[in-house]
Design a protein around this ligand. Structure first.
Ligand code: PLP
Length: 349
């Protein structure tokens, strides 16, 4: 990426020209004693009021926690909103393309399809590592984004930092690094590079380590120019009042999430040693996340057996490079014990 790199050169013309919707809460956001500007109901406080469209208080809390500036942060209804908005802001349907490194999180492909954007798939190597040259070979002048998921779902490993950096430094498009599982990882991730890499986008979420998948809060860190375009395109009140409140309260207690993470990591190590000792388990892939990818003789049969015992895991055996593999989330000590005890009663037929 040259020094002259300008994000607006990647943005669709209709978005450059967009005059965003301006809500009542946009036009006046200070304090007052009487609010008669938004056609709200005066009863049922506080939920009668529209939430802050700029999510100022929550953004300040997250920015502080992550050591970033508020203008580099976009909040979405899950990471999925950020992913979809990136397509809508950057990719001209029927013309532009994106690159995914597979196997990976399915949402990139779904959003590409919905937005009628070509997706070029580059495979990870057999040992799930990132081949930077193969990615760079797939890039052309219509490539707008490269998605890198680290730690990667479903392979559970982190991608090599050196390869990630090589890609960021070699291209003229955005590189989106999805760090949904970063809190479980031994790698510290790429967020600290944001200020020096204009074409870097980092996705994080409250859905995993923070235990808040139900409130739908995704964080997207990027250059302030890109954050401005995303904010102009989002629904005005994309983060609802209940989510703002729950997220703020969780962020006041970061130690609680840290404790969950260390408990889950201990549980993961226990599960790994239990699983590798079983002859039905052929391989447990190294994990840098809160789930394990395990290879077995007959994944379909094992999946069905567990399901009949009320234990649901994910069959990933039809995914290229994951042949024979099941994905198992690390649960509570009781849940993991129940999984292991049940597996011990399994005899492959
Ligand atoms: C779980 C997950 C997410 C989280 O998505 P949300 O919409 O924030 O819940 C994002 N990326 C990956 C790779 C995931 O596995």
């Amino acid at each position: 990426m040259p020094d002259s790199f300008d994000i607006s050169s990647l943005v669709r013309k209709n978005i450059l020209e967009l005059n965003p919707y301006s809500s009542a809460r946009n036009e006046f956001s200070g304090s007052a004693s009487v609010f008669l500007d938004a056609n709200e109901n005066p009863f049922n406080t506080p939920l009668n009021r529209y939430p802050d469209p700029g999510q100022k208080e929550l953004k300040q809390a997250i920015a502080r926690l992550r050591g970033q500036a508020v203008e580099n942060l976009f909040l979405g209804n899950g990471s999925d909103e950020g992913i979809d908005l990136l397509f809508r802001v950057l990719c001209e349907p029927g013309k532009d393309n994106v690159i995914t490194v597979d196997p990976t999180y399915g949402m990139y492909a779904v959003c590409a399809k919905i937005n009628d954007v070509e997706r070029r798939s580059v495979m990870l190597t057999e040992d799930f590592s990132l081949n930077a040259s193969a990615v760079l070979e797939a890039v052309d002048q219509n490539t707008k984004m490269i998605f890198l998921c680290s730690p990667n779902n479903p392979t559970a490993n982190s991608l090599e930092m050196e390869a990630i950096l090589k890609i960021i430094d070699s291209v003229n498009c955005m590189v989106v690094v999805d760090e949904a599982y970063i809190d479980f990882s031994s790698s510290k991730g790429v967020l600290s590079l944001l200020s020096e890499k204009k074409n870097l986008v980092v996705l994080q979420t409250l859905s995993k380590a923070w235990g808040l998948a139900g409130i739908r809060l995704g964080m997207l860190f990027a250059h302030s120019d890109l954050v401005r375009f995303l904010s102009a395109v989002k629904y005005p009140y994309n983060i609802n009042a209940l989510t703002l409140k729950e997220a703020l309260s969780a962020l006041r207690e970061p130690k609680r999430a840290e404790l969950w993470v260390s408990t889950i990591l201990e549980e993961r190590e226990g599960m790994v040693s239990d699983l590798v000792s079983m002859d039905i388990i052929l391989e447990v892939k190294p994990s840098d996340a809160n789930f394990l990818l395990v290879r077995v003789e007959d994944p379909g049969a094992l999946y069905t057996f567990l399901m009949k015992q009320g234990i649901i895991i994910r069959d990933r055996s039809s995914v290229p490079l994951c042949e024979g593999c099941l994905r198992i989330t690390v649960g509570s000590a009781e849940e993991n014990r129940s999984l292991i005890d049940t597996l011990r009663t399994y005899r492959s037929s």
